[in-house]
Design a protein around this ligand. Sequence first.
Ligand code: ZN
Length: 155
Amino acid sequence: MSGLEDLYREIILDHYKNPRNQGTLETPPAVVEQGYNPLCGDEVKVFLVVEDEIVKDIKIDGQGCSISRSSASLMSNAVKGKSVKDAQTTIRTFKKMLALKDEDDIDGETIEPINEHTVGELIALQGVVKFPVRIKCATLPWNTLTQALQSAMAK
Ligand code: ZN
């Protein structure tokens, strides 16, 4: 067991035990989308307020395993305050980190090399790649966020 893996496990546990941006937001002005992962039973609701194409506020509600919960918490930190475009780039980068996106499947957009400097604490979730059954747990909140961003921008 490397020290780095221990650190990543600690980050995941910290976000599971002390989830960031937990709760709900009033709809409207917020939009809400929910996702479900039948393989594990994870449920997530993403509440989102977008103003002037900025993610002004995000709250996460739901229940599930440590991976889905910590992924949602890390995601909320990663996109809060970002522009919608940057949030969408973060989603793509995250999926690429989990090897779900090919290099040539990113709409010609440059994605930065993936390391702790470019993705911050999200790097802690990279180890999920080794457990394919867990990838759906990790990506559930992100797919739900994608829907919420679309709903918010369609308003
Ligand atoms: Zn799960």
